[in-house]
Design a protein around this ligand. Sequence first.
Ligand SMILES: [Zn+2]
Length: 128
Amino acid sequence: MGARVGARSGRGRGRRGGDDGGGGVGAGGISTERARHVPERRCLGCGARHPKPALARLVAAPGDGTHRLVRDDRSRLGGRGLYVCRRVECFERAVARRAFHRGARVSGELVIDPELGADVGGEGQWGT
Ligand SMILES: [Zn+2]
């Protein structure tokens, strides 16, 4: 009879082990934040790298024997993206260096609308 009492007390102690079951939760929270990766692009004006959503995207759209530089923040037109900071200075610098011509790899004329610079530097009417 005395032996049965000893066996019962042993089972009671074993339940305390359940406390460390949730040990992995804290580590998981850190890894989700590191997994978020923002692609970067280089500004053709100042050469600085910025997260892609912070830059204005331009493409050379083919037209009547020439190409025309147009804004395409949402990548609707496809083609080679050309990125600049949303600042008139960077846009004009890129124009002066013919960075758009070289970046777009167009043969011949690339028409750049003078108003495009103000558009790029303007307060994000295109949103993100
Ligand atoms: Zn820039």
